[in-house]
Ligand binder design. Structure first.
Ligand SMILES: NC(=O)c1ccc[n+]([C@@H]2O[C@H](COP(=O)([O-])OP(=O)(O)OC[C@H]3O[C@@H](n4cnc5c(N)ncnc54)[C@H](O)[C@@H]3O)[C@@H](O)[C@H]2O)c1
Ligand SMILES: [Fe+2]
Length: 444
């Protein structure tokens, strides 16, 4: 939908009203929640339960790192002890691309499976959901399943064991996969894809490297924040989002710096799940819309892309969400209820910047190219304005200016050639960090 011919103010008012209406309707769509098993050993307990469900053969979907670290053992021991047959497909790579999912689908058929246990981060869980929906709707390609409710038939059952604390995919209606041909990400949305049962087992997370712990933890924070400040928030999603934000500010530093702390790991898994429950109903916003473009174009890890954009989008949105950010600041214990909303809201943004700095998260994206920015902004705005209940509208120019703020620093010569426009300048002025910016190198 190209809306460029409509003045920005009219467009913002119209889209705002349309999105609010959509949010009211969506509240009536039932979204089930998985049975949650929580605590060390939960993956074994999930295996024990699933073995009793009478499946013919279970496909365990995971990645090679998880398999090599032995993180499947409790689950597979329990499946074997319970007499359940299973096969392991351990080829998932970050942001699983369409051809890989197709291999997973062929593997599922070849082995006559009838259920999936996903063990891993969002990439393994989302690949499993995509396999499950595709198997049930064999006449549809993965591309044609992308979007809302495109599969007629109910997906095969999926059970999930998240090993990162970030995406919340174990409770969400979405599967995000990569379309390498179009250098983009596809999102399949169907409430029937929500896993039936999930194990939040902190003992599987103790070996998660600090940079992945940090980035995935900020993904969970972004889910909580975007669902809380967006126009589809409800009292239920608010309670989930606030709880997640409190848990993240209390535990993410410890989980990152003392990876073997089981309590911090468990709290982060819970935070990620609560944030997932919030955003699968109240949705996300511009941070995700832009992060998805970075992921599709540069393969930037999802959490990292969110982390780099989060402070900038919050500064832009501040005038329309001051009260909401103030509430988050109190919950994150960054300020006291007696302080003014303006002061608290600023404290929340500063708190996010400080948290990301303590976690060693970079402030700039090395792979970002000035020449790509107009197209990245256009695609991000299309994604956001056709699905996300954002609290303050960005124009194409505003969005380009925000993205420009994360270009590699002037030393490279690029940022100097691209002086930020007024909206970005105002945002930049408020920046408190004075140290040399860190720059994210993307994985490929
Ligand atoms: N479905 C949703 O609702 C939803 C929400 C947000 C993000 N996503 C998608 O999820 C994907 C990202 O998932 P992710 O951030 O969890 O990362 P991931 O699944 O891509 O994993 C990242 C890396 O961490 C490693 N890893 C995972 N767990 C580990 C452990 N316990 N110990 C050691 N290494 C481990 C993996 O091997 C991989 O190399 C993206 O494609 C993103 O778009 C989906
Ligand atoms: Fe996310």
């Amino acid at each position: 939908m190209n809306l460029d011919f409509i003045p920005a103010s009219t467009r913002a008012a119209g889209l705002g009203a349309m999105m609010k209406g959509a949010g009211k309707l969506l509240r009536f769509i039932p979204i089930s929640q998985p049975t949650l098993l929580v605590g060390p050993g939960a993956s074994g307990r999930l295996g024990q339960a699933v073995a009793g469900f009478g499946h013919l053969k279970i496909l365990v979907v995971t990645d090679a790192v998880i398999a090599k670290l032995g993180l499947l053992k409790d689950l597979t021991d329990a499946l074997t002890a319970g007499g359940a047959a299973y096969v392991v497909f351990d080829e998932i790579t970050p942001d699983a691309p369409i051809p890989l999912i197709e291999r997973g689908i062929a593997f599922y058929r070849e082995h006559g499976c009838d259920a999936i246990v996903a063990v891993g981060g969002g990439s393994s869980i989302d690949a499993s959901k995509a396999i499950a929906v595709s198997i049930a709707n064999p006449k549809k390609s993965l591309r044609s399943l992308a979007g809302y409710f495109k599969g007629l038939n109910t997906p095969m059952p999926v059970y999930a064991v998240p090993t990162t604390a970030g995406t919340g995919s174990e409770v969400t209606v979405a599967a995000v996969i990569a379309d390498p041909e179009r250098q983009s990400k596809l999102v399949i949305v169907d409430p029937r894809m929500v896993p039936k049962m999930a194990a939040l087992d902190p003992s599987l997370c103790t070996g998660l490297p600090p940079h992945i712990t940090a980035a995935t933890g900020i993904d969970a924070l972004t889910h909580a924040v975007e669902s809380f400040v967006g126009n589809w928030a409800t009292p239920y999603t608010d309670s989930m989002a606030l709880t997640a934000v409190g848990l993240i500010f209390d535990n993410l530093r410890t989980a990152c710096h003392q990876g073997s702390d089981l309590q911090a790991r468990e709290k982060m898994l819970l935070a990620s799940t609560y944030a997932g429950i919030a955003f699968t109903r109240a949705n996300v916003g511009y941070v995700h819309a832009i992060a998805h473009q970075f992921g599709g174009r540069y393969h930037t890890p999802h959490g990292l892309a969110n982390a780099i954009m989060l402070p900038h989008v919050l500064r832009f949105s501040l005038p329309d969400i001051t009260d909401r950010l103030a509430a988050l600041a109190v919950r994150a214990r960054l300020g006291d209820e007696g302080e003014s909303e303006d002061v608290l809201a600023q404290k929340f943004i500063d708190g996010v910047v400080a948290l990301e700095r303590d976690l060693g998260i970079p402030t700039h994206l090395a792979s970002l190219q000035e020449a790509d920015i107009p197209a990245l902004a256009k695609a991000a705005l299309h994604e956001a304005h056709t699905g996300y209940p954002v609290p303050r509208y960005l124009t194409q120019q505003d969005c380009e200016d925000l993205i420009r703020l994360v270009l590699p620093p002037p030393a490279t010569g690029r940022a100097a050639r691209n002086a930020p426009a007024p909206a970005a300048k105002a945002a930049a002025k408020k920046k408190t960090a004075t140290r040399k910016p860190r720059v994210a190198k993307t994985s490929n």
